[in-house]
Design a protein around this ligand. Sequence first.
Ligand code: XMP
Length: 506
Amino acid sequence: MEHPIAVIDFGSQYTQLIVRRIRELGYFSRLYQPSELRETGNPAAVILSGGPRSTLEEGAPDIDFDYLVELGVPVLGVCYGMQLLNRKFGGEVAPGNTREYGPATLLVSEGVDGIFNDLEGHSQIWMSHSDTVSQLPDGCEVMGTNLDGIPVALRWNERFFGIQFHPEVSHTTEGTEILKSFLGRATDLPVFKIASFKDELVEKVQAQVGDRKIVCGVSGGVDSSVLAALLHEAKVDTRNIFVDTGLLRKNEAEEVVSLFEEVGIEIETIDASERFLTALKGETDPEEKRRIIGRLFVEVFFDAVGDDVELLAQGTLYPDVIESATSGSIASTIKTHHNRVDRIMELKAEGRVVEPLDELFKDEVRELGRVLGLPERVVGRHPFPGPGLAVRCPGEITEEKLRIIQDADDIYIGLLREKHWYDSVWQAYAALIPTKTVGVKGDERSYEYALSIRAVTSEDAMTAEWVHLPYELLGEISNRILNEVPGVNRVLYDISTKPPASIEWE
Ligand code: XMP
């Protein structure tokens, strides 16, 4: 896309959120490393992010300031970005001994033509820094201070602005307004709409694939379904492979097949559930279980498509690229040495891995799926982990345990849908607690598994809150599971936030 709003990444944990907030405002934004400034093309605006380092340290990340000035577009420095700009303009930054972390108050200066156009008086902001600006260069104006009168927002000239706080986090109550007001200073803003971005993606896929054959692994999850739908829309020669690991939800394999039939996309199903169960037999170590599943998945996949594939499609999303994270990517989920995993790496090195979703966030992928005509029951699905129910079955995985998790999950998710809770929850599932506890069934004592049910809200899976489901609903879920799922005599509701807990059990 032309004229992106370039966010330069100095390493803050929030940088990705800046990109996201801008896209939520309807403009296209991308992340670049400081060394990539010249590769931003003709950006409409540049934002220098925060970062964990001090600008005073030797070897601290720097920016080509002359080029930044030459670009002639509005620039906003956030935190580290602000301190860096202040020094570039001839001001000074003093080292801090402690880190200021948490909420603070912004007092907007009157009569400064800055980026707080719609703000007046006080506003709550979120700070995370140790160094502070200690001397302002000539011509620099203070757009705002904290309650102690220390400058937290600067304007060096009509194009260069800086803020010491983070506009991208939700604790800065008017952060989005501030970003919007800053972008109001730019011209030629790149309007970002998924419907038109889809056409761009289709053309890009066609150019990348050409007449070659491409293979695509589908799982029934949002990302791979959207990927398959995009390849279908691009009319490239695709072979879609669905590996049934036996670690899927109840009836999921049948549902995936019928869904793809419905939208006219051909898929080949490989039932490898026996192979997976056998390979996992006796294994209790969570990481080893993951490795076994990852390795076998690749093995089964390449058994089906052969080793000399021309092109491989992967549903890697933007956050995965940024963090080199694991979800959605076959290769990166498997860290151990393995020939066929190496094969994926080789394909990647040869430029044979096509990742058309790698500029999109999850909610944008859902939107793209809708534009491509995928039904809501697919695009609105909760995320499902690559290793499937294995991460919800601590200890050894057995057929019986999987059956219990599947049956309980089916009842639980069914009730969440029926009572209109499903869409407001990020993820919900049942996990088996691998301990049998005493209960009473009829006149006899029973000795059966306990089950945990979990529902969380989250924006990006990095943090999560448990959902306050009504007691009546929890009661109904528990009753139905206890009555209908043999092998369970206790249901617990998981009320742990992330951190310190994770979303999944393993
Ligand atoms: P955790 O449990 O780490 O989960 O809080 C965060 C998100 O990632 C999903 N998840 C995985 N996805 N492979 C995946 O593809 C995995 O091994 C894996 N482990 C967790 C989880 O469902 C949640 O959405």
